[in-house]
Design a protein around this ligand. Structure first.
Ligand SMILES: [Zn+2]
Length: 519
């Protein structure tokens, strides 16, 4: 019987990430999977019958990127909110909001996101007083770039019913509410958008991913959103594979019905259970062993005690459910690792196969890395943070001082100690190429990765972290045909220019989901 293909690509420079067959020039797809990967001569017979044939003209192809930590649905929803990322001062935020004000009706919520005061001359958060200058007739809520802090105006404080004694609400010297709210979970539930807005957000998020060369993502979606993602999947609307972490409070229900991580379809899977040990460095809520240098009495917040964490992890481990736990500051990381060390030997023996992940782990030390390796845990880190905040004079230096910052995000040390290290962006910004640039040009030269290692962390290692290394992460016969065509040869260009490489085409399961030519 004559072989047929759905798609054939040839005359390319394929970086397969398959150690047995590292380079190739051609690839054929059948039924969403890789049918052939090799030299052009190996696909010649398939060209005539293929539904689509692409001459790559020598362009470089890499396996589809897998972003191991995102809030892609939230990002998609935010596409309809006011983008405050480009603002450069408090006044600039006010101006930006004033400009959009006429498009809102009186009383309608105005949502904004992405402000980062660390880039401003004032270096202070936006307060209710600032936002009251914009409007007293529309409730306003704007999120800081890290999503751990929200500034609201006085009307929004009233609408949300925030009490004066509510934990997380910052007060001024006279005890008045400033309108700056830190890590208040309930707040997000109260400003949850309607289903239709979420539906549109899911699709917008998929587009953001495909444009960046992402073919699979781990989404940290909030309560109730999974149902709508599942709806989109049944309508065949998903163009990137989603692995969706579930909020910690769902663990009990998952246990009751015997639901475990990785259950699902090729396009949509259930991830792990997500909890938070601390907050972020930007909001000064990351839990530290030594105080912040720009807030000398503050060591951040530990949201969960070692005892509570141990009990939670024990439950998950006994039920075979992956845990996905946010820990950024050194004290938070210590608490989390200790919680795993508190398990019984029998429980510890199952950790490696259950692939528990530590999210961020930005301030992990070498000795902590060794403990993580011996426990069999995965480090899920964000090289993208380095590019944005870890540069000289940047946010991390303002908060922690140059000495401590040099020892952060030590990717090289992790790999040299045998750690499993997967990469994600956390949406800061979305862009594996940006992250690969960050990891290969790390301000501390001793902890830089090679380009190949960085690609591996953003493909195969991320696949491993979601139990999908047999299906995605490299270009191998039988795996899903997920790949990206790049404008330059990522292995040959100087590392400092990697972030300028364009994604020309993103293919998921053999289907072209994004092409720069159609822009
Ligand atoms: Zn996150």
């Amino acid at each position: 019987m004559k072989l047929q293909a759905d798609l054939v690509i040839f005359n390319g420079n394929l970086i397969t990430m398959d150690p047995e067959n590292p380079t190739a020039t051609a690839l054929a797809v059948k039924n969403f999977k890789v049918l052939v990967v090799g030299g052009d001569e190996q696909v010649v017979d398939l060209v005539g019958s293929a539904r689509r044939v692409i001459d790559l003209g020598g362009k470089t192809v890499v396996p589809g990127f897998i972003d191991a930590h995102t809030h892609i649905t939230a990002e998609g929803i935010r596409a309809s909110h006011v983008d405050l990322q480009p603002t450069r001062s408090v006044e600039d935020v006010k101006q930006t909001l004033r400009k959009v004000l006429p498009s809102y009706t009186t009383g309608q919520w105005i949502r904004g996101y992405g402000y980062d005061e660390s880039f401003w001359p004032e270096k202070r958060y936006v307060t209710a007083r600032d936002l009251d200058d914009v409007s007293t007739e529309n409730p306003i809520a704007i999120d800081r770039v890290d999503g751990h802090l929200t500034s609201v105006n006085t009307l929004a404080l009233k609408r949300l019913g925030v009490r004066l004694d509510q934990a997380g609400m910052l007060k001024d010297r006279k005890g008045r509410p400033t309108g700056v709210l830190r890590d208040i979970e309930d707040l997000y539930k109260k400003v949850r958008p309607p289903d239709d807005e979420i539906r549109q957000g899911i699709l917008a998020g998929q587009e953001i991913a495909n444009r960046a060369g992402i073919t699979s993502l781990v989404d940290n979606a909030s309560m109730g959103v999974f149902r709508l993602i599942r709806e989109a999947e049944t309508q065949e609307l998903l163009s990137a594979r989603l692995i969706v972490n579930q909020p910690a409070e769902t663990l009990k229900h998952m246990m009751e019905i015997g639901l475990t991580s990785s259950l699902g379809s090729p396009m949509l899977k259930i991830g792990g259970v997500k909890s938070f040990v601390d907050g972020s460095i930007g909001a000064r809520t990351a839990a530290l062993s030594m105080p912040y240098v720009d807030d000398k009495k503050n060591k951040g917040n530990l949201f969960l005690s070692e005892k509570t964490l141990t009990a939670f992890i024990k439950k998950a481990v006994r039920s075979g459910i992956q845990t996905v736990t946010h820990a950024i500051g050194d004290a938070a990381i210590e608490t989390l690792i200790s919680a795993f060390e508190n398990l019984s030997d029998d429980e510890k023996a199952t950790l490696r196969s259950q692939r528990h992940r530590i999210e961020h782990a930005e301030m992990i030390s070498e000795s902590q890395i060794r403990r993580v390796v011996s426990l069999g845990l995965i480090l899920s880190m964000q090289p993208n943070f380095v590019g944005v905040w870890q540069q000289s004079g940047g946010l991390y230096e303002q908060r922690l001082g140059a000495e401590r910052v040099a020892e952060m995000n030590m990717f090289r040390v992790a790999l040299d100690n045998g750690a499993r290290l997967c990469f994600g962006s956390d949406g800061m910004p979305y862009g594996p190429l940006y992250g690969i640039w960050s990891a290969t040009t790390h301000p501390n030269p001793k902890v830089r990765l090679t380009v190949e290692e960085a690609i591996r962390c953003y493909t195969m290692e991320s696949a491993y972290s979601v139990f999908m290394e047999k299906n995605i992460g490299s270009l191998v016969v039988g795996k899903r045909a997920d790949f990206v065509v790049l404008s330059e040869d990522i292995m040959k260009v100087p590392a400092r220019t990697i972030r300028d490489i364009n994604v020309e085409m993103t293919v998921v399961g053999g289907l072209v989901e994004y092409s720069s030519a159609n822009r």
